[in-house]
Design a protein around this ligand. Sequence first.
Ligand code: PMV
Length: 314
Amino acid sequence: MNKVTISAPGKLMLFGEHAVVYDHPCIATAVNQKMSATVELSDKPDFQLNAQDVKIKDYKKPLSQLGKGEIPKNVKFAEIAVKNFFEKFNLNNGIKIETHSDFSSQMGFGSSSAVTVCIIKALDQLFNTNLTNKEIFDLSYKTVLEVQGKGSGFDIAVSIYGGTIYFQTGGKKIEPLKTPQLPLIVGYSGTKADTVTLMKSVIKKFADNPKRLQEIYNEIETIVKKGKQAIENSNWQQSGQLMNENQKLLEELGVSTPKLNAMIKAALANGAYGAKLSGAGGGDCMIAFVPADKLKSVENAITKTGGKIIDVIN
Ligand code: PMV
């Protein structure tokens, strides 16, 4: 075998963003939209990448330079993933990668993490290294930390395990949850958020009041734990209530935006059980749990605020 294609789902954060970076749990879920990577062994001593969705065409680098020098932003995750895999197994093989995404990298569905997972999984199959899911997680997480410096790794875990998971920082806990189909609606705000900038803005905002920041993270943890039970019991009313409480705390962290707030307000005014932003904030998507008979009216209300409904249910 000298060519493998792997796909991995994108993600949404149901409860616990930001706190999860600092050793608290979160709950995240996979979306039906996927990222895929075809990885091929090559005779040429190069790393080659084509990633049309992010405008990378015929990128080429000698293997001796892998991971070194200036790496274009949209190449970083793929190149560092290959470098880390090769380092772990002492390999040095010509490699050609082509990626494709069902979703725009602008939406905050975790395209960088999903592509990292696809590549590590594909290399694992090509080189028969028999990695466990946890080992694939660890190698992918190492890659993400190397590229972006900080992050909990929840998005990697969702790309590997799929479904809905209860997760703790760095993969200390990755627990797949048994849930029926979630009554979930997703609205895209139209702007892209930069996760690292948002994480830094939270630290800056609370530089003078670290005690309150800690309290907020603890309150978020309580919501996550209650959310786990509510979701496992299919108690959407309570799950929605908890989403609203989580959103209030995210607003206090300063990561919501007027556009996200308007979309959330529209969802609630039209019968959603609850709604919140999903992910770092500053843009990307909001989510809502919605009773079946209110689906259309909530979707219309979100659209009226200028949001775009994204179909994500498996
Ligand atoms: O920006 P996103 O959707 O990748 O979500 C980030 C969530 C954070 O908790 C802020 C960061 C993280 O790595 O968990």
